[in-house]
Design a protein around this ligand. Structure first.
Ligand SMILES: Nc1ncnc2c1ncn2[C@@H]1O[C@H](COP(=O)(O)OP(=O)(O)OP(=O)(O)O)[C@@H](O)[C@H]1O
Ligand SMILES: O=P(O)(O)OC[C@H]1O[C@](O)(CO)[C@@H](O)[C@@H]1O
Ligand SMILES: [Mg+2]
Length: 328
């Protein structure tokens, strides 16, 4: 097997805390192996625009603690098209880059797999980097822990004021297709109800639960609504409840993008370092079209194809059941 000598790294899709730790690990592990390593800016857009630069050990000094991504990220429509992919390929070939580490979510991996099938001489390894925790093959994705901690810090504060005023709050958290943040945050903050894209909740059922809570002397209530819940969004849900529930003053809070920012937790710093290290080791071992992930605290490789096909992510049934039991 010919030895790989030049690789590149990019971040793509929504940023996630811990991406910088991962970039640092990729750069320094590559240097350890004697490889040249390039940083590509703005995800696939930078591949198309030839926006990439060689990185050194010092290029990634003092970034472990930073949220966001020093390489920047993008949602790049041009990469969906054959012409965009061809341009990206030619740019990589011109630099002699033979392998790339792509840090991102399911969309990023879909693009990477398509690209690598079209141009198999460029090896690709994916690192699951998304606050959504919606990838098969890794129990946790990079950024999910930090984002969930950010969310619970915010909800704890809302609980204080909700309790002081005997109010009912509807809080929207991120997750267009994933209820992972909503479920963990709901359990951590003792939410009275959690609305998730993966599980339908009838509005009548929600209203009955809120009324029962009031009857059982709850002074405040928190309902967490994941962005992707199928009831038409947090305002729709709150309006529907308002018509039937008069004993609470009702408020809505959308946490929004503050959930994606901030300094990564220790967990995400270690996870990012570990997966970045493993990704480069996989490239030097000749692997391609794989994702590195964490399962039972062991780093494992999963075929990108399998990770994407199994994408339907099932939230832990015991957590769903427990959240209901404990919220009485
Ligand atoms: N079918 C596809 N073909 C080519 N490229 C794709 C495809 N799907 C996604 N991509 C590329 O991957 C990028 C990132 O995908 P997407 O915006 O879905 O985010 P993601 O990686 O899933 O992360 P997150 O969900 O955390 O924001 C897209 O902007 C696009 O450049
Ligand atoms: O910042 P954007 O592009 O609006 O994306 C928001 C989406 O990205 C995510 O934060 C994942 O990165 C989703 O939870 C959310 O639906
Ligand atoms: Mg995604």
């Amino acid at each position: 097997m010919p030895k790989i000598s030049k690789i590149a790294v990019l971040t793509s899709g929504g940023d996630a805390p811990g991406m910088n730790a991962c970039i640092r690990a990729v750069v320094r592990t590559a240097i350890h192996h004697g490889l040249e390593v390039y940083g590509i800016r703005q995800g696939y857009q930078g591949m198309i625009n030839n926006d990439m630069e060689q990185m050194q050990a010092r290029s990634v000094s003092n970034i472990l603690n930073l949220g966001g991504t020093i390489l920047k990220t993008a949602r790049c429509l041009d990469f969906h098209k054959d012409e965009g992919m061809e341009k990206a390929y030619q740019n990589l070939k011109a630099k002699g880059i033979e392998g790339i580490v792509v840090i991102g979510g399911d969309g990023t991996f879909t693009g990477a797999l398509r690209f690598s099938k079209k141009y198999p001489d460029i090896k690709v390894i994916g690192v699951p980097g998304t606050i959504d925790n919606d990838l098969y093959g890794s129990t946790y994705t990079l950024g999910f822990d930090t984002a969930t901690n950010t969310v619970i810090e915010a909800i704890d504060k809302i609980r204080d004021t909700a309790d002081a005023h005997d109010r009912l709050f509807f809080i929207e958290v991120m997750g267009r297709d994933s209820g992972a943040i909503a479920l963990r945050a709901g359990i951590s903050c003792g939410a009275e109800a959690i609305l998730l894209p993966e599980k339908e909740t009838a509005i009548e059922e929600l209203i009955a639960g809120i009324k029962a809570g009031h009857y059982n002397s709850k002074s405040s209530s928190i309902v967490i609504v994941a962005e992707g819940d199928k009831n038409g969004g947090v305002y729709n849900v709150s309006e529907a409840v308002k018509k039937e529930v008069s004993h609470y003053d009702i408020k809505v809070t959308i946490l929004g993008h503050l959930q994606r920012g901030g300094s990564p937790s220790a967990f995400d710093r270690v996870l990012g370092s570990r997966l970045g290290f493993a990704a480069v080791n996989a490239l030097t071992a000749g692997q391609s079209q794989k994702m590195v992930g964490l399962q039972a605290n062991v780093v494992v490789l999963t075929d990108l194809e399998e990770a994407l096909n199994q994408h339907e992510f099932n939230l832990e049934p015991d957590l769903l059941q427990m959240a209901e039991v404990l919220s009485i």
